[in-house]
Write a protein that binds this ligand. Structure first.
Ligand code: HEC
Length: 243
């Protein structure tokens, strides 16, 4: 192959030419060399920092460490905290804003229900306790059309949304028909637990033993604590009872 060397105006001396493709040999620009040698120096430093001496964890170890730190920083919310938030005007107002921004499309303006169920009635598909509602909002029931909000809203906004739902729970806004099971909120005494008209304490509405004769000493002793335990559905799991 005949090499016809020529001098190019822009590229300078052409040292090779193959099939019309020309190669010149000029000094590389300084900025290019700086990046090139800089990358080599950085690479060596990086290797010793992360792999050689393991000053900081990388990859899976870094991920695990971060997750552990996050889990420690955000402790599980308790029913007591949620119930307290439901009585806190600031949290409820914040929850109303979260609701207006994210939930009205399906549950409607007053939470009276549209695509999603009415959240103001006493009937709940997935349970009406503070922890049930928290679980529903955080984890969702995506197969049934209720999205999970934990990841997109974050723990605080989820808790505020729970506070708002707790504050409107049982307000019975006219709307979508009731769905699910009747739920008696924490602390509300149901008919069955109230003393019968005769003044006899009714331990268990279903059991006919106490309805017939005088309550035995054992039964009267049971009557009080039994009522307490049944009142505080979810809370009873957290707060130690006399039992
Ligand atoms: C895309 C529509 C949609 C959006 C948006 C939505 N929901 Fe729902 N939601 C539903 C549906 C559908 C259900 C019923 C699921 C079922 O039948 O199991 C539901 C159920 C619920 C329940 C349980 C009701 C019960 O009876 O147990 C709560 C609480 C709830 N949503 C709260 C919220 C909150 C708070 C938001 C906003 C952060 C929200 N939802 C946003 C569709 C939606």
């Amino acid at each position: 192959m005949a090499e016809t060397k020529r001098h190019d105006e822009l590229q300078g001396e052409i040292v090779h030419e193959y099939d019309g493709i020309e190669e010149a040999d000029n000094a590389l620009p300084l900025w290019w060399l700086a990046i090139f040698y800089g990358a080599i120096v950085f690479g060596i430093g990086y290797y010793f920092f992360y792999e050689g001496y393991k000053v900081e964890p990388v990859g899976r170890a870094a991920y695990d460490q971060e997750m552990a730190a996050q889990a420690a920083a955000a402790p599980e919310v308790t029913a007591e905290q949620l119930v307290a938030l439901g009585e806190d005007d600031v949290a409820v107002a914040a929850g109303r804003a979260v609701f207006a921004a994210n939930c009205v499309a399906c549950h409607d303006q007053e939470a009276q229900g549209k695509i999603g169920p009415n959240l103001t009635d006493a009937y709940w598909i997935h349970g009406g306790s503070a922890m049930d509602i928290h679980h529903t909002i955080e984890q969702g029931y995506s197969a049934k059309g209720m999205p999970a909000w934990g990841a997109s809203l974050g723990a605080d906004a989820v808790n505020q949304a729970v506070a708002y739902v707790l504050s409107i729970r049982g307000t019975n806004v006219e709307g979508k028909e009731a769905q699910g099971e009747l739920y008696a909120p924490e602390g509300v005494t149901t008919e069955a637990q109230e003393p019968s008209p005769s003044g006899e304490p009714v331990v268990d509405a279903g059991a006919d033993a106490s309805a017939t004769g005088e309550p035995t000493a054992d039964e009267s002793a049971l009557a009080e604590p039994a009522t307490d335990v049944e009142d505080s559905t979810v809370e009873s799991a957290e707060t130690p009872t006399s039992e």
